[in-house]
Design a protein around this ligand. Structure first.
Ligand code: SAJ
Length: 444
C-alpha cells in the first residue's frame, strides 16, 4: 500500500474511533429480533443515532408506530427511544451507506431435515452490505455461527466485491450475542462481550464500540475464537441437559427422586452446576448451536460423539414423556391437557418447543389433546392443524385423563389442580412447591 493510501486509511480509522468515542457514529443494526432490537435500544440509550433495519416491512411499521413485538421490551421503552429522534426503523437497506457501524443480528437457523447450518440470512445481509456499504465502516456479526463464517462469509466477500482491504478500508469483527429471553436479571449492558476482529485494528475498533455499550469487554485474537466460544457456551448446556435427562429417567426406574438428588448435589459450593430434567430442549439457541459446531467439525472429518449422544437423549425426551403419559393413563386414546406450550417458562416463544412432538406422538396414538398457555393463544402443528389455548379452570381440568405440565410459567395458578381427578404428569416438578394439594402428581 502506498503512503498516501496508508495515511488515508489511518485517517479513516482515527475518524471512526473519534465518532465512536464521541457517540457521533451512526449505528445500523440489521435484524430487529430478540437480539438486534434490544441492542439497538441500548445504543440509543447510550447516545448513538441508530437505524434498525428489518426486511419484514410489517415489523418495521409496528416498531415505527411504537409497538414492541419482543415480550421483554415494553412499548414505553421503544417510544422513549423514538422520541429522542435518534432511532429510526427501516426496510430501506440503502440507508446502510449512512452508517459508520453495522451490527448483523439475523437468524442462523438449522435446515430442519439434515440439521445443517442455514446462513441464508447472513448471506442476504452481506449482499446488502456489498450493495450499500462504503469505506471505513465497522461490520460486526453477532449471530451465532460456526468458526470461519465472519472471515469467509463477511470479510472476504466484502473485500473481493468492493475491492477493499480488511483492517484498512473496512473493519470486521465477531461478537456473540448473549441475550437471555425472559431473564430480567441481566440487561444488555450487564453482559460481558467477547470480541474478535479479523485484524488487531478491527478488534480495537469493535472493542471501543462495545465498551460504550456494555460494562465488560473480553477481546480475543480472532473471530474464530469468539465464534467457537459462543458454541461452547451452548453446547455445554445441551450436553449437561442430556446428562440430567438420562439420570432422571434412570432414577425413575430406580425409584430415586431425581429432584431431591439434584437439590442435594447443588449444596456443593464448587464444581457442580445444576441442570434440571425437562420434557425436551427447545428454543432458538440450545438445540441449534451445537449443530453449528458439529457441522464444521464433521466437514473436517472430525467426530462429535458427545453432541451426537446428547442429541439422541434430548430428542428422545418428548417421546419418553408421551409414552409415560399413556402409561399413567393406563390406556391409549385418552384425553390429555398440556399446560404450557412455550419452550421455557415465562416466555411466549414456541420455537423448537418439545410440546409439538409430544402432541404429535399422543395424537398419533388416538389421544385428544388440548393445551393451555397464558402467553401463546394459538399454535400450528407440523401437520398444518391449529390449536387454541383452552381456559385453565377447575371445571375444564376434570374432563381429562391426564394433565401434562410441559412449561412451568410462574403466572399459572397451580392450586387449581388441588383435588383434581386426572393424574398430573409434572415434567417440571412445579406442583411440589405450588400448593397443588390432594392430587396425584408424578414427575419426570
Ligand atoms: N432446559 C432443561 N434443563 C435445564 C435448562 C434448560 O431442560 O437445566 C431446557 C429448557 O426447558 C428449554 C431449553 O433447555 O427448553 C433451553 O433452555 P435455556 O435455559 O438454555 O434457555 P435459552 O434457549 O433461552 O438459552 C439462552 C441462551 N442464551 C444465549 O444463547 C445468548 C443460553 O446461553 C443461556 O445460558 C440461557 O438462555 C439461560 O441461561 O437462560
Amino acid at each position: 500500500m502506498n503512503t498516501v493510501t496508508k495515511e488515508a486509511s489511518n485517517l479513516g480509522q482515527k475518524r471512526l474511533l473519534h465518532l465512536i468515542e464521541t457517540k457521533q457514529a451512526i449505528v445500523g443494526v440489521l435484524g430487529m429480533g430478540y437480539v438486534g432490537f434490544p441492542l439497538a435500544l441500548e445504543c440509543v440509550d447510550k447516545g448513538y443515532n441508530v437505524i434498525g433495519f428489518d426486511k419484514n416491512s410489517e415489523k418495521v411499521s409496528l416498531l415505527a408506530a411504537g409497538s414492541s413485538h419482543i415480550q421483554d421490551i415494553e412499548d414505553d421503552r421503544l417510544n422513549s427511544a423514538l422520541q429522542t429522534k435518534r432511532f429510526q426503523v427501516s426496510a430501506d437497506m440503502s440507508l446502510i451507506q449512512k452508517c459508520d457501524i453495522i451490527v448483523i443480528c439475523v437468524p442462523t437457523p438449522l435446515d430442519k431435515k439434515d440439521k445443517i447450518p442455514d446462513l441464508s440470512y447472513i448471506d442476504s445481509a452481506v449482499d446488502s452490505m456489498i450493495a450499500y456499504g462504503r469505506q471505513h465502516q465497522l461490520l460486526i456479526l453477532e449471530s451465532t455461527t460456526y468458526p470461519g463464517t465472519t472471515k469467509k462469509k463477511i470479510a472476504e466477500r466484502m473485500a473481493s466485491s468492493r475491492r477493499m482491504e480488511i483492517g484498512t478500508d473496512f473493519f470486521t469483527a465477531y461478537s456473540p450475542e448473549r441475550i437471555d429471553p425472559g431473564n430480567s436479571q441481566y440487561e444488555v449492558s450487564d453482559i460481558p462481550k467477547v470480541v474478535g476482529g479479523i485484524t488487531q485494528t478491527c478488534t480495537e475498533l469493535a472493542s471501543a464500540f462495545y465498551s460504550t455499550i456494555v460494562t465488560s469487554i473480553h477481546p480475543v485474537t480472532s473471530p474464530e475464537v469468539a465464534e467457537t466460544a459462543k458454541l461452547l457456551e451452548n453446547t455445554y448446556r445441551y450436553v449437561n441437559i442430556a446428562l440430567i435427562n438420562e439420570m432422571a429417567l434412570n432414577c425413575r426406574e430406580l425409584d430415586i427422586d431425581i429432584w431431591e438428588v439434584i437439590c442435594a448435589a447443588d449444596t456443593k459450593p464448587f464444581g457442580f452446576q445444576k441442570f434440571i430434567p425437562g420434557p425436551g430442549v427447545g428454543g432458538h439457541c440450545i438445540p441449534i448451536d451445537p449443530f453449528y459446531f458439529k457441522w464444521i467439525a464433521n466437514e473436517k472429518g472430525l467426530q462429535t460423539k458427545l453432541i451426537d449422544l446428547a442429541d439422541e437423549i434430548n430428542s428422545n425426551m418428548p417421546i419418553s414423556v408421551s409414552d409415560y403419559a399413556l402409561k399413567l393413563a393406563g390406556k391409549d386414546k385418552c384425553s390429555i391437557l398440556i399446560i404450557g406450550a412455550a419452550y421455557k417458562k415465562n416466555t411466549n416463544d414456541p420455537r423448537e418447543s418439545s410440546v409439538f412432538t409430544i402432541m404429535e406422538e399422543l395424537m398419533g396414538k388416538g389421544c385428544t389433546i388440548d393445551y393451555h398457555d397464558p402467553f401463546i393463544s394459538k399454535i400450528s402443528l407440523n401437520d398444518g392443524s391449529r390449536k387454541q389455548s383452552v381456559p385453565f379452570t377447575k371445571e375444564q381440568i376434570n374432563q381429562y385423563d391426564v394433565i401434562i405440565i410441559h412449561t412451568d410459567h410462574d403466572v399459572i395458578d397451580y392450586s387449581i389442580l388441588k383435588d383434581a381427578s386426572p393424574i398430573i404428569f409434572d415434567t417440571r416438578n412445579v406442583c411440589r412447591e405450588k400448593s397443588a394439594d390432594n392430587c396425584r402428581v408424578v414427575t419426570l
